[in-house]
Design a protein around this ligand. Sequence first.
Ligand SMILES: Cc1cc2nc3c(=O)[nH]c(=O)nc-3n(C[C@H](O)[C@H](O)[C@H](O)COP(=O)(O)OP(=O)(O)OC[C@H]3O[C@@H](n4cnc5c(N)ncnc54)[C@H](O)[C@@H]3O)c2cc1C
Length: 477
Amino acid sequence: MIFNLDVLTDASAPRRYDVCVIGGGAAGITLAKKLADLGKTVALCEGGSDGYEGDSQDIYAGDVVGDPYYDLDAARLRFFGGSTNHWAGKCRSFEEADFDRAHLGPEFEWPIGKSAFDAYLEEAGEVLNIRTSFNDEVVDEEFGIKRFVFRHSSVNFGEKFRDFFEGSDKADLYLNANLTALTLQEGTRRITSAGFTGYGDTQMEIAADSVVFAMGGIENSRQLLYFHRQLGDQLYDAALPVGQYWMEHPHFNLGEALVSRRVQELGLISLTGPIQKKLGILACGFRVDIQGGTATRRLVKNLLCVAPNLGTHIANLAEKNLVCGVRLKAAWEQAPAASNAVKLHGSKVDRFGVPLSELHWAKTDLDRLTMAKSTWQFAQYCMQRGYGRFKMQDWIMTGGDYPSNDELAGFHHMGGTRMAKTAALGVVDADCKVFGTENLYMAGSSVFTTAGHNNPTLPIVQLALRLGDHLAGQGAQ
Ligand SMILES: Cc1cc2nc3c(=O)[nH]c(=O)nc-3n(C[C@H](O)[C@H](O)[C@H](O)COP(=O)(O)OP(=O)(O)OC[C@H]3O[C@@H](n4cnc5c(N)ncnc54)[C@H](O)[C@@H]3O)c2cc1C
């Protein structure tokens, strides 16, 4: 059933469920439905309503310290369906190379492997209405050039799954239910109930065997930090790196190129795992966007000035439509760095008294190296194989600052409650349970140990399905 906390008449008595899932985005909706399908009773508590409301969205305000980034209340959506209410739907999961990073340091090591994601690929495809074959193709072994594809999902989670909650006798959806309290069993780290407040100040308490935070890649950290403080630093061990190792995918235009049909047809390009390893870098995905005739002629003219013979050759090919101008864009992986962190704001609070987010975010040296070396490798491939010539942006060639008027990043909020083998390097274990707690779990990209270069929602869904099996399998303990 669906309830609206703002008009709930009998909110005073605690309601009991097997699992309380907090946050109704891709992660929370997938998890709540999976648990209900497995016979568990679930309360899905969503802080927003089923459409955009300023009162809810304002809670997402915050400050960013460091590199230029989007306003935090514009970088995500706070109502049922979460950010899938305006996402682009590009889907792709982690790759083998993402789990082969021990050579870069222990902070790059996941406690689970790719097989843990693969086991849920088909099921996630059904959630997202996508095909799950990706058919990557290594097009040049020596240069390590790989063609890859995204699948496109048009699923808006709020729209697709609303009817499910309306008709379910296992899963109840509470709208306008903002997490405002957690209660611990005396002397333990077991959460006995969670408290919620609406916009008219109606309050409700949900008692559950397990509690899952699924509030998004910034809020999971903010709320965890806040409730730890509220509960007299008793919620988790003080040494846990909560909020830290936050990651995005830097997105920038790298420059222009004149390339042959062969390269245009590749469309999306990345480097193979062995080449990434050899170069000591992370993953980077290139997008080749074809430009019109005017841009092609301008690039040919420029080339004729600096390299007349080659320019003449290319001009001939361009006339035959065998070469054309492209814009090269890249989205790449950011290293997990403890200094990139979600913190509680020192002076600003939301309407419920919770400190707003203060996001500390800057790109690292390895991030820069990843972009520069990947670009160089791709440019070398094109030049040496006779497939094209690049004109990179000046800031790349000179090592200058990143431009502040470019795409900047992907709206992908990852890390902060990362998964790790030990509590020294992470917040949750391989089952997404917060280290040292008895029944508190995290869902969403906040648990990512590393970010890969692919978009996060398909793996978010895979992990939510996996968590559902785990919670149901062990009797929702
Ligand atoms: C413009 C844009 C384009 C994108 N394009 C892509 C793409 O092409 N491919 C891709 O994979 N990803 C894309 N993303 C990212 C993608 O949308 C997110 O990865 C995904 O939606 C995250 O799902 P989630 O459930 O973890 O978090 P969210 O979507 O953030 O959901 C969290 C939910 O928790 C609720 N909530 C928050 N705080 C509380 C609280 N205190 N109490 C109760 N409820 C609360 C929120 O209202 C929200 O509904 C894009 C994002 C944006 C903004």
